[in-house]
Design a protein around this ligand. Structure first.
Ligand code: PGA
Length: 229
């Protein structure tokens, strides 16, 4: 099975998302597991939809956040946790991220858990990268049966420069030592590199940001995933 997920980040409105999902569902996904993470205001009730983030509580005095109650309204059962933009731009600590993980695990969510190193760590080699990723595993149940790990090197996200195939291969192989759950890759996955990335051992799918915004491109990506896996 192959996982292909779209992270819209802070793009698209609800009507655009609805159109996108309608178009996407015209195709047969076969064995490809497709998820779309739109912004909160673009939630619609559809089994493809997941949340990019949520606070670890049902509801409460958490200004600017949404919680389980708001996700339940849309029947959302999937969540992205620990994305590098939340870690580095929004300043989320590992402790807070682990709390989210715990809460949404208790609520039986499928969790896409993101890890990945900044450039200065990658420059120090694979061992340093793995040490860094290990610190992002603190407080995380790596055997959770609804866990999907997303390896996303920070320096490859939104830069147009994906990690080299060899770097993806060796990093996924190391992460594999910690978990038997699916490991997907993210970071400048495009139409012109998805095939070779999905062909790497221990790559069980992709998390796509900017290239997913065009539904026709994303459909092409799913088609390629269908053919490969
Ligand atoms: P990108 O984003 O495909 O635009 O690099 C990937 C992600 O952040 O999930």
């Amino acid at each position: 099975m192959c996982i292909v997920a779209a992270n819209f980040k802070m793009h698209k409105t609800r009507s655009e998302t609805k159109k996108y999902i309608d178009e996407l569902k015209k195709m047969d996904f076969k064995d490809v597991k497709v998820t779309v993470f739109p912004p909160f205001t673009a939630f619609i009730e559809d089994e493809l939809i997941g949340a990019q983030n949520a606070y670890p509580a049902v509801n409460g005095a958490y200004t600017g956040e949404i919680g389980l109650e708001q996700l339940n309204e849309f029947n959302i059962k999937k969540i992205l946790i620990g994305h590098s933009e939340r870690r580095h731009i929004l300043g989320e600590s590992q402790e807070f991220i682990a709390k989210k993980f715990d809460f949404y695990k208790k609520n039986n969510f499928e969790i896409f858990y993101c890890v990945g190193e900044p450039l200065e760590v990658r420059k120090n080699g694979l061992k340093a990268v793995i040490e860094y990723i290990k610190s992002q595993f603190i407080g995380i149940d790596l055997n959770y049966d609804k866990l999907i790990i997303a390896y996303e090197p920070v320096w490859a996200i939104g830069t147009g420069v994906s990690a080299k195939l060899e770097e993806i291969k060796e990093t996924h192989a190391e992460i594999r030592k910690f978990t038997s759950r699916p490991i997907i890759y993210g970071g400048s996955v495009k139409l012109n590199n998805i095939k070779e990335i999905l062909s790497i051992e221990n790559v069980d799918g992709v998390l796509v940001g900017s290239a997913s915004l065009d539904v026709n491109v994303f459909k092409e990506m799913i088609k390629i995933a269908k053919d490969i896996k």
